[in-house]
Every structure is written in structure tokens, then in C-alpha cells.
Design a protein. Structure first.
Length: 195
């Protein structure tokens, strides 16, 4: 006779099934065209289970986006060797961001549907906790001593982050990946060259 899993394991399995099913459907159909009955059917759970773990579809979408944003930041952080010079670490992180954003569906989730559903402010806060944070930390390390204090680094982070996002969108739309990657690396090198 098969033993039932303890409650925390069952809860985690249910959350994982919901997140995986929701991610797939949000990528395939978009947020607006995905219904909660479709999500629970794909996850093989009940609607009650969905609403036990998430307040509504928007809450589930936010969890999917948070998971994607964390995965991007984790890939960026894993790319940098702790003993690499700061400029090299920043370049490796730049390449890792573009690579992480090439995961199918990720660009749509984070850069198209995310801002539309959650609003730019909420998405900016998520980005600040993840990829933008890694970029800011990389810039702070590469530009030591800082040319200017906090406001300069914040502005530079926002501008470079926007450029990285535009590059990811362009690549997703069929743009020349090598050209956009080279352009972003060149941009980062120029920004850090005069340190």
C-alpha cells in the first residue's frame, strides 16, 4: 500500500504542479486567454487546491513571474566566478542574462505579459529584487571607486537594464542574436572602460 506524502510535501507538489501548468498555458495562450479551469485541469488538481495556495489567477501569475525572475538572477550569479575581476564578472553576467532570457517563453512572461498584468511598478520591484539587483551589484564592483554616489549607479542600472531587455525582445523577435550580444557586451565594456 502506497503511503500518502506528508502535508508539506503534498502542498509543495501541488504548488509546483500549478506553477508548471500555469507557466505553460500563460506562454502558449497569454494571461488573458488562460482560464483557471484550464490551469487546474492541466495541473491535475482541484479549483479548491488552486485557491488554497493562490488568491486568484493574478496571484498565481505573479508567482510564475517571481519564479522566472529568480531563475534569471540565479543563472547570472552562477556565471560569475568569485575570483574573477569585477569587469569580467559583469561581462559574464551580461552574457548569462541574454542566455537566461532565451529560455522559451521567458521573454514573453517577464517583458511583455508581466508589465501588462502586474503593472510596471510591481514588475520593476520584482526586477529590482532579482536581475536588476545583480546588474547594480556588478556595476558597483566594476566602477570602484564609484564615479558618483548612489543616484548615478541607480540611473546607470536602469538604463542598462532597459537596453538588456530591448536586446532580449529583439532576439526573441528573430533579431541577430550574435549582433545584439556583441552590442550589449560593447556597451558594458564602454561603460566600465573609464573607471
Amino acid at each position: 500500500m502506497q503511503q500518502r506524502r506528508p502535508n508539506p510535501e503534498r502542498a509543495e507538489a501541488t504548488r509546483s504542479a500549478l506553477l508548471a501548468a500555469a507557466r505553460t498555458l500563460f506562454v502558449e495562450k497569454g494571461y488573458a486567454d488562460t482560464s483557471t479551469p484550464e490551469i487546474v485541469a492541466a495541473a491535475k488538481v482541484t479549483r479548491g487546491a488552486l485557491y488554497h495556495h493562490y488568491a486568484d489567477k493574478a496571484d498565481l501569475f505573479r508567482a510564475v513571474i517571481e519564479r522566472e525572475a529568480k531563475a534569471v538572477a540565479d543563472e547570472i550569479e552562477a556565471s560569475a566566478s568569485p575570483d574573477a575581476p569585477p569587469g569580467e564578472a559583469l561581462l559574464r553576467g551580461s552574457l548569462a542574462y541574454l542566455e537566461a532570457m532565451s529560455v522559451p517563453g521567458r521573454t514573453r512572461l517577464l517583458l511583455v505579459d508581466g508589465p501588462a498584468v502586474l503593472g510596471p511598478g510591481a514588475l520593476a520591484a520584482l526586477d529590482e529584487a532579482h536581475a536588476a539587483r545583480t546588474l547594480r551589484e556588478g556595476l558597483e564592483a566594476a566602477l570602484r571607486p564609484p564615479r558618483q554616489e548612489g543616484a548615478f549607479i541607480e540611473a546607470l542600472t536602469a538604463l542598462l537594464s532597459a537596453a538588456f531587455d530591448r536586446a532580449a525582445l529583439a532576439i526573441e523577435a528573430g533579431g541577430d542574436r550574435a549582433a545584439y550580444t556583441a552590442a550589449m557586451i560593447g556597451l558594458v565594456e564602454r561603460v566600465t572602460a573609464s573607471r
